[in-house]
Design a protein around this ligand. Structure first.
Ligand code: NAD
Length: 258
């Protein structure tokens, strides 16, 4: 193995990828598996999980699927129990389940607000508590990667609840980075720009796409596999002195004003 491979190697590690049945976190799971870790895909759609696992295994990787509603503490505790039973311990946690809605502000009903916060914030909070305790009690040198959003950095019009929820994720990541910095647990945030996926399909109207392209210096959407580099940097010892940081993968979106 070259020293470069060594730097990014995840051999012998187990990564739990919450939202790994989706487009972006599925690609992040593929990247993690390609570096040698076993990946646990967590979500609700078994067909999507099977398809992603087939791709991972086809490329020589290993993994399995655990279905879970990530908004439920008992669901996340059961997930950890399954991972401990099957893989002994978890070393890498990716929190990437997410939902979105483009409702105009005055029409956002509390049920919609709560459902966005349940998946985008509460689920991250629960997983960080449940897995954080596992890391601390077992002395695991862990990497937690939370998936934020450009809208959590600078608010994005129309997606009010989503923007607020992602700002909370960014805040929690930094707070936990500080909390666990001396205990071997790193917590960072990957901040994707715009990538077409299931959760934002209804948000990406023609007019909206024109606005996004006008504000993206690279003039294109991201491809999910373009998150691989940032994922491997944060997951591996290549990022051993990185905690509490945000890596933007956005085609220059945040660098541009007009
Ligand atoms: N696509 C983008 O442009 C973009 C940009 C910035 C941030 N993000 C974030 O990236 C992450 C991945 O999103 P994506 O774009 O790949 O969308 P996606 O819809 O493909 O994936 C979202 C995943 O979350 C899962 N999920 C939702 N609610 C769940 C629940 N209660 N229990 C278990 N799983 C649940 C879905 O089943 C799906 O697998 C999200 O956190 C999203 O907010 C996406």
């Amino acid at each position: 193995m070259s020293s470069l491979d060594n730097l990014f190697s995840l051999a012998g590690k187990t990564a739990v990828v919450i939202g790994g049945t989706g487009e972006l976190c599925g690609a992040m799971a593929e990247a993690i598996a390609s570096a040698g870790a076993e990946v646990v895909l967590v979500g609700r759609n078994e067909d999507k999980a099977r398809a992603r696992l087939a791709k991972i295994e086809g490329a020589g990787g290993r993994g399995y699927f655990v279905p879970a509603d990530v908004t439920s503490r008992t669901g996340i505790e059961a997930l950890l129990a399954t991972v401990v039973e099957q893989s002994r311990q978890c070393d890498i946690l990716v929190n990437g389940a997410g939902v979105n809605s483009p409702t105009p502000f005055l029409d956002v009903e509390e049920a919609e607000f709560e459902s966005i916060f349940a998946v985008n914030v509460k689920a991250v909070f629960i997983a960080c508590q449940v897995f954080g305790r596992h890391f601390l009690e077992n002395g695991v040198e862990a990497s937690v990667i939370n998936v934020g959003s450009m809208s959590g950095v600078t608010p994005l019009s129309r997606v009010f609840g989503y923007s607020m929820s992602k700002a909370a994720v960014h805040n929690l990541s930094k707070n936990l980075a500080r909390e666990w910095a001396t205990q071997g647990i790193r917590v960072n945030t990957i901040v994707p720009g715009f990538f077409p996926a299931e959760q934002n399909r209804k948000v990406l109207t023609k007019e909206r796409v024109t606005q996004i392209m006008g504000h993206t210096p690279m003039r294109r959407f991201g491809e999910p596999q373009e998150l691989a580099g940032a994922t491997l940097l944060l997951a591996s010892s290549a990022g051993s002195f990185m905690t509490g940081t945000e890596i933007l993968v956005d085609g220059g979106f945040a660098a541009m004003t007009i």
